[in-house]
Ligand binder design. Structure first.
Ligand code: ZN
Length: 198
C-alpha cells in the first residue's frame, strides 16, 4: 500500500503543489477508512502534499480538507478558519465561529466532552452545492500529530470543534450526510434565499 500511496502522491504533485481536483460523493475513497500516516512519504513530499491541500482548501474555498477528498486514502487533513468576528472583535454568530489557525492534522481522533449537542447547517466540498443540519457535540478533545510529528492534544468547542469532527470523520469514511437531518437538505442558493428573508 505504501508504494502505491507514494506513486499516487507523486502523480498528484507531478507539477508541484497546486490546486487539486476535489473528489465528490460516490467515489469509494470517501467511504474507506484512511491508512494511518507513519512516514510513508519523504519529508519533502509530505510538505508538498500539505501545501497542495492548503492551496486546494483556500481555492474552494473551505475551512478544512481531508486527504480522501483529493483521492488519497491517508489519515491527513488540513483546517483553517479566520472566524466570523468583525474588525471590532464583536461576534454574535450563534455558531461560535472563533478563529482556527492553520493546522495540519495527522492521524487525528477525538473524544466527545460533555453532553451538549448543537444543530447547525453544514456543508462539504465533496457534496458540492448542498448543506444540511447536523447536531454535533459542542466540545471535543482532539488528539493528533502535527506536521513535525509531535503529538498534540487540545479541547475545542463551537465551530472549530465542528470543523475537526467533520475532517476526522472523513478519515473514517464518514460524510456529514450520514448524521444530518436529511429533511433540512438544501441547496446553497435556497439557503441563502431563506437567510435573506430573515
Ligand atoms: Zn467534507
Amino acid at each position: 500500500m505504501s508504494k502505491e500511496l507514494r506513486r499516487q502522491v507523486g502523480r498528484l504533485l507531478r507539477q508541484g503543489p497546486r490546486v487539486l481536483p476535489i473528489v465528490q460523493a460516490g467515489d469509494p475513497v470517501l467511504r474507506r477508512v484512511a491508512e494511518p500516516y507513519d512516514g510513508q512519504l519523504s519529508d519533502e513530499l509530505f510538505a508538498e502534499l500539505v501545501e497542495a491541500m492548503r492551496l486546494t482548501m483556500h481555492d474552494a474555498p473551505g475551512v478544512g480538507l481531508a486527504a480522501p477528498q483529493i483521492g488519497l486514502g491517508l489519515a491527513l487533513a488540513v483546517a483553517e478558519d479566520e472566524g466570523s468576528a468583525g474588525d471590532d472583535g464583536e461576534d454574535d454568530d450563534p455558531r461560535e465561529r472563533t478563529a482556527l489557525p492553520f493546522r495540519v492534522l495527522v492521524n487525528p481522533r477525538y473524544e466527545v466532552v460533555g453532553e451538549q449537542r448543537v444543530p447547525f447547517f453544514e456543508g462539504c466540498l465533496s457534496v458540492d452545492g448542498y448543506q444540511a443540519v447536523v447536531a454535533r457535540p459542542h466540545r471535543v478533545r482532539l488528539h493528533w500529530a502535527d506536521a513535525a510529528g509531535r503529538a498534540q492534544v487540545e479541547e475545542l468547542s463551537g465551530w472549530p470543534a465542528r470543523i475537526v469532527q467533520h475532517e476526522t470523520d472523513h478519515l473514517n469514511g464518514v460524510l456529514y450526510l450520514d448524521h444530518a437531518d436529511l429533511r433540512t437538505l438544501s441547496s446553497n442558493e435556497n439557503l441563502a434565499a431563506a437567510d435573506d428573508e430573515d
